[in-house]
Write a protein that binds this ligand. Structure first.
Ligand SMILES: [Zn+2]
Length: 136
């Protein structure tokens, strides 16, 4: 992390990291899957891009994208300082997301991505996952 970050942007960053907190969004998803009796998933499955959840039998890879880190068009979380720095970083993440999707699809995996904010709409999220699992 750059040393010349202002205090302001540092606190922005830290709060984002916390709220993104892979751990907490992933736990929300685990809860959601359990509550809805969706089974057959694994975490930390060895695939390109390290999908957050993988359904090996269905060859389905599920990513949960942090709204800030992946440049969510709905939340539009834009930091007030170091805009260039963050814009570049987010662009890089998005490029990487695309590359990984291609790599997985070449291996005949289906990729679905869910924005962090969509987890709040749990019914929608569950419907999307169920649909993806049935198509297989
Ligand atoms: Zn969002």
């Amino acid at each position: 992390m750059a040393d010349d970050m202002s205090k302001e942007s540092r606190s922005f960053t830290m709060s984002r990291i916390r709220s993104k907190g892979n751990a907490s969004t992933e736990m929300k998803m685990v809860e959601l899957l359990r509550k809805n009796q969706i089974t057959g998933w694994r975490r930390q499955f060895n695939l390109p891009g390290r999908p957050d959840f993988v359904f090996p039998k269905k060859r389905l890879a599920l990513f949960i994208d942090g709204c800030f880190w992946h440049g969510c068009p709905k939340c539009k979380l834009i930091p007030k300082t170091n805009i260039e720095y963050w814009a570049k970083k987010i662009r890089g993440n998005r490029e990487r997301d695309k590359t990984i999707k291609k790599q997985l699809e070449q291996k005949r995996w289906t990729v679905i991505r869910i924005w962090e904010h969509q987890l709040e709409n749990s019914q929608w999220t569950v419907r999307k996952i169920r649909k993806a699992l049935m198509i297989q």
